[in-house]
Design a binder for this molecule. Structure first.
Ligand SMILES: NC(=O)c1ccc[n+]([C@@H]2O[C@H](COP(=O)([O-])OP(=O)(O)OC[C@H]3O[C@@H](n4cnc5c(N)ncnc54)[C@H](OP(=O)(O)O)[C@@H]3O)[C@@H](O)[C@H]2O)c1
Length: 208
């Protein structure tokens, strides 16, 4: 499911072109890790944000992102984005929402695309944060479009045809974060909201 989400969201809604500049938030999550690698396969410049230095190192050294940064250490997200994207962002793969989205809007290039996959920073708030820079959508003719993965299920054979050879050749790595036993389920779920996972969190119920 995360693979289809990344594939459909990035290729169908992101409409990427070689050399474009791509920003992925929650880049160490199940979906983000793949979006970044798909973007590298077509020679895009890719930057990911994640919540620890260890995650940043894995994104850069294992998954091939050009750059990555720890968003928790950036007091000014706009300044951070300007540092990594001096010429602006062509595609923002949206996973977190809130202040990140607001800063991204300031840094999008004309005719940029924002596939909206999720907004994890907003799910547990009693009142969602406002986004103040939406006017950039029309200033720069940006296309921002939401997705639910089921929209792309008809592309499953095409997805497998694309992804399997890359996995076999070691060009795509897929990181899973496995915990054992049904009793680990609740803490595994809650841990997603404080970034305790790297890659797809899996609860292994039984091994036999
Ligand atoms: N539309 C769809 O069909 C679809 C399908 C799958 C997933 N999604 C959405 O896509 C997004 C990513 O899902 P996923 O499965 O790839 O992620 P995941 O594996 O569940 O990981 C979530 C990651 O989000 C980051 N995070 C948590 N709270 C955050 C916050 N307040 N601000 C910034 N980052 C935060 C954490 O990493 P850090 O250490 O970086 O904070 C965490 O590891 C989520 O919003 C999810 O709901 C949508």
């Amino acid at each position: 499911m995360p693979g289809m989400t990344a594939y459909g969201g990035f290729f169908e809604l992101g409409c990427p072109k070689k050399g474009e500049r791509v920003f992925v938030s929650a880049a160490s999550g199940a979906v983000g890790q793949l979006v970044g690698q798909f973007a590298k396969l077509i020679d895009c410049y890719v930057v990911g944000s994640a919540g620890t230095q260890e995650k940043v190192d894995i994104l850069k050294n294992k998954l091939g992102f050009d750059e990555a940064f720890n968003y928790k250490e950036e007091l000014d997200m706009d300044a951070a984005l300007k540092r990594y994207f001096p010429e602006g962002i062509d595609i923002y793969f949206e996973n977190v929402g809130g202040k990140t989205l607001d800063a991204v809007l300031l840094n999008m290039r004309s005719n940029g695309r924002i596939p909206v996959c999720g907004m994890i920073s907003q799910y547990n708030l009693t009142q969602q944060e406002g986004v103040t820079n939406l006017a950039h959508l029309f200033y720069k003719e940006i296309r921002m479009e939401g997705l639910i993965v089921s929209k792309f299920y008809h592309l499953y054979p095409k997805f497998l045809e694309f992804v399997l050879p890359h996995i076999r050749e070691g060009k795509i790595a897929y990181v899973e974060d496995i915990v054992e036993g049904l009793e680990s389920g609740p803490s595994a779920l809650i841990g997603l909201f404080s970034g305790q996972n790297f890659g797809k969190k899996i609860v292994a119920i039984a091994r036999e």
